[in-house]
Design a protein around this ligand. Structure first.
Ligand code: URA
Ligand code: CA
Length: 442
């Protein structure tokens, strides 16, 4: 086998054989193939595509390119993944709730990327919390507590790590077979047996149009089917932050307040929807209604909050933050952003809001930046709300006055007002699983 003929075949739009795929994936993981040949092949795949069998084979080979965890967690290992949202703390809400309902949530999460937040960064705002755990500790916590959230292990799917870094700098990220195999290879390597994926759609999302998002979702569901690991995809919008809080400690606070039963709204609704799919996929519930009732009960009787405390304690963090959110880091400069005009909030630029928080220090501008866990903002208005001049639109939590001034400008310019009432933004568009596409209105 030689890499030139593999490149040649894909250039001529041929389907690659299993042997050819295994060959280049191994070459990527082991470092025996140079960047320029892998990059040429990635571009050929980006331009000429891959069929379902090739895509499933690529996923399987990348998953097997490093360690394959086969964790004994005392149940079906469940995982949930989002393609990247703003103010999207669903993991911190649903992992403890699903655990409280008997699920085993084994979650490797990312750090923040660009304008999107990362669960691992959020968890690190809890004093003492450890997110880099060895595999044995990780699996033990999942077995004992029912959920554990850590950073991505370096031993898993090394081929994806190399190929993803190349894609990032060669204009080959936006390829459905490459995205689908990249996401799922890491999930399969971590041992997840039932997976719920939240595919974001909209400007600033990996998939800009609903059609693209459905295509990615269908591809991932098919890969799961071929490789015998059930995958369900929820397609959700990202026109505005999902929760009202944007920023690391602020998002932990919002998740805790949802688990305390104090906060309602879209973040809770989407977390319950995704959590229901996890319970159904794990065979722990028969249907949506039963799953939703169980998860809601776990908020009402405090079982979900108790699980979050247990998880934080097991990971070395201060569980008391679940009873007293003021123990989380707080910013020195807290002040409101007031509306400069009256009208209806018709649109928000979710990406611009994510970037506003990133610039405040909630995210990294370069790979080596250190995050300020305390900063960010709380949105007081959502799309569809009436706003009067002088109303509080947001509350800034900034490191100082200059940062607050800049954030205020960025937030105000991310908002569009209209003289008439617009329809509220869609939260969830569709559910895609082995049964097909089901339109969802949420
Ligand atoms: N996230 C991934 O892990 N891989 C991709 O290719 C895109 C998003
Ligand atoms: Ca404090």
């Amino acid at each position: 086998m030689d890499i030139l003929s593999v490149i040649e075949h894909k250039k001529k739009k041929m389907a690659l054989t299993k042997e050819e795929i295994r060959f280049f994936v191994q070459g990527a993981a082991e470092g025996t193939l140079p960047d320029y040949q892998l990059a040429a092949l990635l571009m050929a795949i980006r331009l000429n595509g891959m069929d379902m069998q090739e895509t499933a084979c690529l996923t399987d080979c990348m998953a097997r390119s490093g360690a394959m965890l086969q964790p004994d967690v005392g149940g079906i290992p469940l995982d949930k993944h989002s393609t990247g949202g703003v103010g999207d703390t669903t993991t911190l809400v649903l992992a403890p709730l699903v655990a409280a309902c008997g699920g085993k949530v084994l979650k490797m999460s990312g750090r923040g990327l660009g304008h999107t937040g990362g669960t691992v960064d959020k968890l690190e705002s809890i004093p003492g919390m450890q997110v880099e755990l060895d595999e044995e500790t990780f699996v033990n916590i999942v077995r004992q507590v029912g959920c554990c959230v850590v950073g991505q292990s370096k031993n898993l799917a090394p081929a994806d790590k190399r190929l993803y870094a190349l894609r990032d700098v060669t204009g080959t990220v936006d390829s459905v077979p490459l995205i689908a195999s990249s996401i799922l290879s890491k999930k399969f390597a971590s041992g997840a047996k039932a997976i719920v994926l939240d595919v974001k759609v909209g400007s600033g999302a990996l998939m800009p149009t609903l059609q693209d998002a459905v295509h990615l979702a269908q591809t991932m569901v098919q890969i799961g089917k071929i490789l015998s690991r059930p995958v369900s995809c929820v397609i959700s919008g990202m026109e505005e932050p999902l929760g009202s809080h944007v920023g690391n400690a602020l998002e932990v606070k919002e998740a805790v307040e949802i688990l305390q039963g104090k906060v309602q709204g879209p973040l809770k609704d989407v977390a319950l929807f995704l959590g229901s799919r996890m319970l159904i996929n794990a065979g722990l519930c028969e249907n949506e209604q039963e799953a939703n009732d169980k998860l809601t009960a776990a908020i009402e009787n405090g079982a979900g909050l108790a699980k979050l405390k247990e998880m934080i304690k097991a990971q070395g963090g201060l569980p008391d933050v679940c009873d007293d959110v003021s123990l989380l880091p707080t910013a020195p400069c807290i002040r409101p952003v007031l509306a400069k005009e009256s009208g209806w909030l018709a649109a928000t630029d979710g990406v611009a809001l994510g970037m506003a928080a990133q610039k405040m220090g909630a995210g990294r501008m370069t790979k080596d930046d250190i995050i300020d866990p305390a900063v960010g903002f709380i949105m007081k208005k959502r799309i569809g709300d009436r706003v009067e001049k002088g109303d509080e639109i947001a509350i800034l939590h900034a490191s100082g006055a200059a940062s607050a001034d800049e954030a205020e400008k960025n937030i105000l310019s991310a908002l569009t007002f209209s003289p008439s009432a617009p329809s509220p933004a869609r939260l969830i568009y569709a559910l895609v699983d082995e049964k097909g596409i089901q339109e969802i209105h949420l």
